[in-house]
Design a protein around this ligand. Sequence first.
Ligand code: HEM
Length: 332
Amino acid sequence: MTPLGSPPSSHGTLSNMDSSTLSILLSLLFTTLLSFAAGLLFWSDLSHRRRFPPGPLPLPIIGNLHMLGDLPHHGLRRLSAQYGPIMSLRLGLIPTVVVSSPEAAKSFLGTHDAVFASRPRFVEAELDFYSTKGMVFTEYGPYWRSVRNLCTTHLLSAARVRSFEGVRREEVASLVASLKESAAAREAVDLTAQVMRAMEDVACRMILGRSTDGEHDLKGIIQESARVAGTFNLADYVPFLRPLDLQGSTRRFKAVRRSVDKLLEKIIDDHVQEAARYDGKHQQDFIAILLSMMNQPIDPREEQYIIDRTNIKAIILDMIAGSFETSSTSID
Ligand code: HEM
């Protein structure tokens, strides 16, 4: 065996070199290549930085990720105090511009809104079987405008929101009754959790027509889906790590999306079977409204996009994602 640190015999060939020597040589080669690649990235980064707003110097591979700390919004405030209201960061390998004053935000979200309207594509969005059919992760363009138009006209119009007044009254009454019970029993109440539960129930009834499901843990599946989708995934910032799935995020996300799909399929099937009951007087939830528009153009002005089951699932999932925490956090 070749001792560690000694060069292999000059007569040595790959075939007679033992495996530990070979693995040491391969590691050395890999480390050298990695350092070379990191160096290249660093220098190409330096030359690119001239075209970007000011910002801290990024490290190879991780960029400025290490500067954000446990509370990234605090980290960003600290950095923007130093580098200004429009600054450059590199999050892993992803060049990022951070805007942190009302004037700068107006320029990005108002004056140049069409350029910055699309959201970045995260690993989860790419794995999602129907994310490009909804609104949240769909690129800005004619399809996105059609879906948005459908949502504002048919699902989120003032008249439609008013039509759910009864649902809101019932859920608020149930919350008040539960608080009264706890007060009578002199029990401590976690008001944040109670309000969140009530708002989730309102959203589920409005969107899915139910807040529980006999067969599936409806809210459990939705909450798990939001948790997995919201977990920090290093591969979003260092894309070459994606195939390795180091954090197991891809595996978890695929599993939870399968559960979500099964749940939505079942709820849509139930709606199709109950369709006869929707006689015009029945409270129509979002799924029922969308099913009634099935096979029609999403937007009458853009006839090439037709509503099918995938569009319905994508829009429903966006509505759930958009409504679940926003209302309860505002009330809290
Ligand atoms: C007080 C409650 C709410 C607040 C403060 C709120 C706030 C917001 C904000 C700031 C955005 C834009 C996010 C961005 O562009 O990155 C947004 C988007 C969205 N919200 Fe709400 N929202 C609320 C309630 C709801 C409800 C109840 C629903 C559904 C029933 C909903 C559905 C959506 C959807 C689907 C989007 C994505 C729109 C798109 O991608 O163009 N939101 N919301």
